[in-house]
Design a protein around this ligand. Structure first.
Ligand SMILES: Nc1ncnc2c1ncn2[C@@H]1O[C@H](COP(=O)(O)OP(=O)(O)OP(=O)(O)O)[C@@H](O)[C@H]1O
Length: 127
């Protein structure tokens, strides 16, 4: 339980939503990830991917967005602890950004596995 407020499911949910909303408002990368995620889900719905493919895509999108939220949290903490230039503070942010990059590469790989075979089949069909 936190030191400043009583615990409670709805209160915790609201705090988590506030954190996600803050990340959406302040982080351009988060806005890009959400737009890309929605586009991928629309494409998946349009081409009618299988249940297991839906799971892979949702997992990939969720991983990237979670990593971006964690990255934002770490940036806030670093700015709080060290507002001045410090190579270690910079490295902490770079390491967190690296985690986002890893999940983004994973998402691109999953997207390629799901969409590329269909894309090539479609190209073969038309030409
Ligand atoms: N206090 C600091 N000391 C040294 N370098 C820093 C510091 N703060 C930021 N940096 C460097 O600047 C980069 C960008 O930091 P910034 O806080 O602007 O994050 P950002 O642009 O929002 O990052 P991201 O694109 O990952 O969301 C960091 O990755 C780090 O290399």
């Amino acid at each position: 339980m936190g030191r400043y407020q009583r615990s409670g499911f709805w209160r915790s949910l609201n705090q988590a939503k506030r954190g996600i909303w803050y990340t959406c408002k302040t982080q351009g990368h988060m806005q890009f990830h959400i737009a890309a995620g929605i586009s991928v889900l629309c494409l998946a719905w349009w081409i009618e991917v299988s249940r297991s493919e839906w799971m892979m895509l949702i997992f990939a999108i969720g991983s990237v967005i979670s990593a971006e939220v964690m990255n934002s949290a770490l940036e806030i903490v670093v700015d709080l602890v060290q507002p001045n230039f410090d190579p270690l503070a910079g490295m902490a942010k770079d390491v967190a950004a690296g985690a986002v990059l890893v999940t983004a590469i994973q998402a691109i790989a999953i997207g390629a596995i799901v969409f590329c075979p269909r894309f090539f089949r479609m190209v073969n069909h038309f030409f």
